[in-house]
Design a protein around this ligand. Structure first.
Ligand SMILES: Nc1ncnc2c1ncn2[C@@H]1O[C@H](COP(=O)(O)OP(=O)(O)O)[C@@H](O)[C@H]1O
Ligand SMILES: [Mg+2]
Length: 318
């Protein structure tokens, strides 16, 4: 039976183009199966476009005009990364409209989008995170340098606004850069260890399982340029000892459950000499076929179109 799926891409944040790529790939994959796919793009200024045509002159008007598409959909696939998408905003809209949605509901989206709150939840269930503190953009002039740190917006993505600070004179510029993305800024200890990502999928029946982890090979920060210029080096599956693999999987599932994630989520870790340290959670991770999550599931024998189809099935079963 043909399923009506509405794929939403774009969004109003720095990851707009990344979301367009995810949405296009998701739509193409769904069209290979028995799905009737409609696509909507949210422009950077909030205007909803259907088939490339602006649905109205203001965000509110265009949303109102796009709502019939939502009403006709059996399931919405919100392939929008970052604030006003992945943070639960689109899941909340679907919940209010009574339409099924792929991925996490608003609570997990909102918590996962906030790196500070994620830390509190992870720490509460015994998963280590980097020591850090929060400063408000208004107070960055008062922060003193006391050793190397990583400075980042509490809520952003694709490494936008993330800096490694090694010297006193780098601190204020780094804080200012982070403040362009969020008025809450995290100052973290610099973690040393391998960067390992773990993807967890919740299937239609409710079973959650972790795909073989992926290792990122980056000298220094895994920055925005490296993420999208094709120079990123990944190893899938990561070469891991049995104990390391078990610890990473256990930690990823614990965080997935503590946040109450659904669909697929990617938990990113530093694998230190003392075990996994959670860096962050992505509840709507990059979803092109070449992105980390699809590569991890491919390593588990779940091909890209099958993964996207399973996400839709999972949403339909609720
Ligand atoms: N505390 C830290 N110590 C060392 N490296 C870090 C730390 N925090 C972030 N990084 C590096 O910066 C990259 C981007 O930071 P991250 O918190 O994942 O932001 P984003 O949500 O934008 O991906 C990470 O992949 C990692 O390479
Ligand atoms: Mg990251």
């Amino acid at each position: 039976m043909t399923t009506n799926v509405l794929v939403i891409g774009g969004g109003q944040n720095a990851e707009h183009d990344v979301s367009l790529a995810s949405a296009a790939a998701v739509a193409a994959a769904l069209r290979m199966g028995d799905n009737a796919v409609t696509c909507v793009t949210i422009d950077r200024d909030g205007i909803w476009r259907a088939d490339g045509i602006p649905a109205g002159v203001s965000a509110a008007e265009s949303m109102a005009l796009a709502l019939p598409l939502l009403a006709r959909a059996e399931v919405v696939f919100p392939a929008v990364h970052g604030p006003l998408g992945e943070d639960g905003a689109l899941a909340a809209l679907c919940a209010l409209a009574g339409v099924r949605v792929v991925g996490s509901a608003q609570r997990a989206g909102a918590i996962g989008m906030d790196k500070w709150t994620t830390k509190l939840v992870a720490d509460a269930v015994g998963i280590r995170t980097a020591r850090g503190r929060l400063v408000c953009a208004e107070d960055i002039g008062d922060v003193e340098f006391d050793g190397a740190v990583v400075v980042k917006p509490a809520s952003a993505g694709s490494s936008y606004g993330v800096s490694l600070v090694r010297d006193d004179d780098e601190l204020l510029p780094a804080l200012r850069t982070a403040a362009r993305f969020d008025r809450r800024i995290l100052i973290e200890e610099v973690m040393r260890g391998r960067e390992i990502d773990v993807a967890v999928l919740r299937e239609a029946g409710g079973i959650r399982w972790a795909a073989p982890p992926l290792e990122i090979h980056a000298a220094g920060l895994f920055d925005t340029a490296m993420k999208y210029d094709g120079t990123a080096q990944f190893t899938v599956p990561a070469s891991l000892g049995g104990d390391e693999l078990a610890a990473l999987r256990r930690a990823a599932l614990a965080v997935f459950d503590a946040l109450g994630c659904a669909g697929v989520a990617r938990m990113d870790f530093f694998l230190t000499d003392d075990g996994p340290v959670l860096n962050e959670v992505n509840t709507m991770p990059g979803l092109t076929a070449a992105s980390q999550v699809p590569r991890m599931f491919a390593a588990a024998g779940v091909a890209y179109p099958e993964l996207i189809e399973r996400l839709v099935r999972g949403a339909l079963k609720g």
